[in-house]
Design a protein around this ligand. Structure first.
Ligand code: FAD
Length: 456
């Protein structure tokens, strides 16, 4: 048994490292552990590597859109292994860099799988550690699938580390992972199929814009098969057969690779939460608004492994890590300091397809269901100068405005470069700006930001 820590953090991703660094900077004795190299999902197996691989696809697509407009593709192609090297040029340095930063801030780092052995105690590979408080920041993992042959599927981590791409990939599930990966793989010449059991994919996004994205996706050569469930996957002499059911009709899709894009759940397996009386549900550790466990006051949770109103996104993991740290610090002072709660207002989210699909604030349907009197400004922006310039054929904006106050309630954007534009709408919603106030912004010209005023 080692000496007691003020805080022990399980998981060295964005939520865990943010909290560990903050508490260590206040003089706390902090321990942190990860079963995998330090850095977490975003930097090593998610956002960052994905967007590096997407860059290759962007170049191909940009040249393709400029065909006949002065650009000849002349055998332009993705050299996947070189692109993968470019990705590793970033990811390989992350674990040591992150660990060095933690150590530099006075945090004690451990490697291995942690599991609770008591309310104030955990074990890492046979060694027990005691702490006054714990932060569970263990992230998420792919949702278990039950159809026969599910063991043949690879997950997003495997996809982002493939040394070579095969000819045919089937993506199971119509969420952001399948769409983003299919958009990358298709530009590298892979024959891609996305299967989704629902009648529309990307359900958290605006349905009108999703419909346009599906059309653009299909124009790229990706097949999107909706209302289709996977019955099973079998190995054949040449690859894999994915048997699917569409409206009672069974058929088979041949593939070389089948990728799990059917959702992620909080990763709590193996933590032995019962040993520390920590309640959890399918969405993660059950916490109060202050991110404290409802059943063990010594435990907090943040990021993808906490059951909070926040989406499983990096910025959310970061600010939840900050809030958990600040509440633990406040609770330890005499008199007890003021606690805070995460502010989930106007967190933007993007599907990094080409072009990208973005959302911030509420959907049109949510506004109508709440009985709000709204003005919906839906504009096809594909003919606008900024899209004409790059040859993009699919782009639109839908802005939801409260009629009474003129405040912006939601913004939904599909178009090249709009992942930057959505941040401005996020700020406008957070600050409660009216559409008139936002329209008064002067943007540099000709930039995509200059389109914002005309979207309102
Ligand atoms: C393919 C992909 C693409 C994504 N793209 C984006 C994007 O573009 N933008 C965005 O905002 N978000 C994106 N996300 C989501 C984002 O990566 C996560 O929301 C974020 O990384 C969550 O951070 P976290 O700190 O909660 O968990 P993580 O970063 O997952 O860290 C948890 C850590 O805990 C460790 N761990 C788990 N159990 C134990 C244990 N028992 N003992 C020790 N260690 C343990 C894990 O090894 C892991 O390193 C993406 C996710 C994926 C999978």
């Amino acid at each position: 048994m080692n000496g007691e820590f003020d805080l022990f953090v399980i998981g060295a991703g964005m939520a865990g490292t943010t909290a560990a660094n903050k508490c260590a900077s206040k003089g706390w004795r902090v321990g942190i552990v990860d079963a995998l190299p330090y850095g977490g999902t975003c930097a090593l197996r998610g956002c960052d590597p994905k967007k590096i691989l997407r860059r290759g696809a962007e170049v191909i697509d940009a040249a393709h859109l400029m065909r006949g407009k002065g650009i000849t593709e002349n055998g332009l192609s993705i050299d996947w292994s070189a692109l993968m090297r470019h990705k590793r040029g970033f990811t390989d340095a992350v674990p040591q860099g992150m660990e060095d930063e933690l150590i530099g801030n006075g945090v004690t780092t451990f490697h291995g799988s942690a599991r609770f052995t008591g309310p104030n105690q955990l074990e890492i590979d046979g060694t027990e550690h005691r702490a006054k408080r714990f932060l569970i920041a263990t992230g998420a993992s792919p949702r278990p699938l039950s159809f026969p042959g599910h063991e043949y599927l690879i997950d997003s981590t495997d996809f982002l580390d493939l040394d070579a791409l095969p000819h045919r990939i089937v993506f199971v599930g119509g969420g952001f992972i399948s769409f983003e990966f299919a958009h990358i793989a298709a530009r590298a010449g892979v024959d891609c199929v996305i299967i989704d059991h629902g009648d529309r994919p990307l359900r958290e996004f605006d349905p009108d814009l999703v419909a346009s994205l599906v059309t653009r996706t299909e124009q790229t050569g990706i097949r999107v098969q909706l209302g289709t469930s996977v019955v099973g996957v079998t190995r054949t002499a040449t690859g894999l057969d994915v048997t699917v059911d569409q409206g009672g009709k069974t058929s088979t899709i041949g593939a070389d690779l089948v990728v799990h894009g059917a959702g992620r759940i909080a990763k709590l397996d193996g933590l032995h939460l019962d040993a520390a009386h920590i309640a959890a549900g399918p969405r993660g550790v059950t916490v109060t608004e202050q991110l404290q466990s409802t059943t063990n006051p010594a435990v907090y949770a943040a990021g993808d492994s906490a059951d909070t109103p926040g989406r499983p996104l990096t910025p959310v993991a970061v600010f939840e890590g900050k809030v958990a740290a600040s509440n633990m610090l406040a609770a330890s002072t005499t008199p007890v300091g003021t606690s805070t709660t995460p502010d989930y207002t106007a967190v933007p989210t993007t599907v990094f397809t080409i072009p990208e699909l973005n959302r911030v604030g509420i959907l049109e349907s949510e506004a109508r269901d709440s009985g709000l009197d709204i003005d919906v400004r839906l504009t096809d922006t594909s003919g606008w100068y900024s899209n004409y310039r790059v040859g993009e054929t699919t782009a639109s904006a839908k802005i939801i405005i409260d009629r009474a106050s003129d405040r912006i309630l939601g913004a939904h954007l599909l178009g090249p470069g709009y992942a930057e534009l959505i941040n401005i709408f996020g700020l406008a919603i957070k600050l409660g700006l009216t559409s008139r106030q936002l329209k008064s912004m002067t943007a540099t010209y000709p930039s995509i930001g200059a389109d914002l005023g005309s979207m309102l």
